[in-house]
Design a binder for this molecule. Structure first.
Ligand code: SF4
Length: 208
């Protein structure tokens, strides 16, 4: 059976990490995005047929969270998790209430644009999110717009602002993908100046 014909997964795993694919929406259209070329990963189809409800997410999570001693629950799939901020908050609160597991969010950093008037960082902190990994991907706006093709004109400024606000509140890292248009050294230098860790990701955008 091909991956695309399998039932889509909200919950999937790689090693000891349990991942949540809670949306396929994203305010970027990165040319290197894994979802442009693949239907999923590790035998899981991540192309959702419809956007899941909160109860569909929690039902599926409850089916799998006890299966082994997961090291981490990670919001990361074929879309931007913070497009569904309320779901991230609810699911994180539930996980942290019942399990001693680290919760991480992999994000494009545009949460303040897609969640107008929300105190995103404060709300994530209150829900007890532990780690945030932000796809910075460029040392300037021009390169970012070229490779990530954001819907919003002020996307890059918001990504930088998001990292600055998250710094010190969570375990934060900025990341970049190994593509020729991006000067990894310059992005790394920028992360260092902001004061967060830097991690290089292989050309396979959303995954470890
Ligand atoms: S790589 Fe991430 S930020 Fe870029 S389009 Fe794909 S899901 Fe969105």
């Amino acid at each position: 059976m091909s991956l695309a014909s399998k039932n889509p997964s909200i919950v999937y795993w790689l090693g000891d990490h349990l991942y949540l694919n809670i949306t396929n929406r994203c305010s970027n259209d990165c040319y290197f995005c894994f979802r442009r070329y693949k239907s999923g990963i590790n035998g899981f189809n991540l192309k959702l047929r419809e956007e899941p409800t909160l109860s569909q997410i929690t039902d599926e999570l409850q089916n799998f969270i006890n299966r082994r001693a997961w090291e981490e629950v990670v919001f990361c799939g074929f879309g931007e998790p913070l497009e569904k901020l309320d779901y991230v908050l609810e699911v994180t609160k539930w996980v942290k209430k019942h399990f001693p597991i680290t919760v991480r969010i992999d994000t494009n950093g545009q949460a303040y644009i897609v969640n107008d008037r929300r105190n995103v960082i404060e709300e994530l902190k209150e829900a007890k999110v532990d780690r945030i990994s932000v796809s910075l991907n460029a040392h300037n706006k021009e390169t970012y717009n070229d490779v990530c093709r954001p819907k919003f004109e002020n996307a890059y400024e918001n990504v930088v602002k998001f990292i600055e606000k998250a710094k010190g509140q969570f375990d934060v890292e900025a990341t970049a993908v190994t593509i020729p248009e991006v000067s990894i050294l310059k992005v790394e230098e920028m992360a260092r100046k902001i004061g967060v860790k830097f991690r290089l990701r292989a050309y396979q955008p959303c995954f470890w």
